[in-house]
Ligand binder design. Structure first.
Ligand code: URA
Length: 199
């Protein structure tokens, strides 16, 4: 079976998943998107409002920053990488769905088999985890993201570079934040592993 077909089958399976309580509040399952042969696989935390409305990952403000990092920094179209989250449905603090939160343990436990299968199918050269929750899951660590960022780890033989979540950068100065430089340093490490020339 081709990678495309495998991913389509998995997407279909995720589309009516009822394995955790987020199924009762979501509008759309946000499976993930990108090149099935991507060298770099970005992993975020969970969908926000715009992602839940459209079914696409990282299309809100944080997504715009991530897209700039990919297209202006790495220098490839966003469609050439793969982007997904550890949970596929939007975690919010209440049923009114006004405020986002990090996914809880049960949600992560119920959902991450989808992410594991996506990684298994795509077999990227490098994984970049964005923020604490995805880093904790992928690297099985309890270490905080500000300490662990930039330190290469491994997931089932695939190199992993943890970096800061774009939302965190935006909350701490955005485009003018020195944190952007930290993220860029981490991304360059990922590019080197993936064999992408650094400008
Ligand atoms: N933040 C995430 O972690 N993932 C998204 O898809 C959007 C915002």
């Amino acid at each position: 079976m081709s990678k495309d077909l495998k991913l389509d089958t998995l997407r279909e399976e995720a589309s009516d998943c009822q394995a955790c309580k987020l199924a009762t509040t979501r509008n759309r399952v946000v499976f993930g998107e990108g090149n099935p042969d991507a060298k770099i696989f970005f992993i975020g935390e969970g969908p926000g409002r715009q992602e839940d409305d459209t079914g696409r990952p990282f299309i809100g403000r944080a997504g715009e920053l991530l897209t700039r990092i990919i297209e202006n920094g790495i220098g490839i179209p966003r469609s050439q990488v793969y982007i997904a989250n550890i949970v596929k449905c939007r975690p919010t603090v209440d049923m009114k769905m006004e405020k986002d939160r990090a996914p809880d343990k049960e949600e992560v436990a119920a959902c991450t088999h989808f992410l594991e299968s996506q990684i298994d199918i795509i077999k990227p050269k490098v994984i970049v985890t964005l923020g604490g929750p995805s880093t904790k899951f992928v690297l099985r660590t309890e270490e905080g993201i500000t300490k662990i960022r930039g330190k290469q780890g491994e997931y089932r033989g695939i190199p992993v570079i943890p970096t800061l979540h774009p939302s965190y950068v935006l909350r701490n100065g955005g485009d003018k934040s020195p944190l952007k430089r930290d993220v860029w340093e981490d991304i360059k490490k990922a590019m080197a592993i993936a064999g992408i020339p650094i400008p």
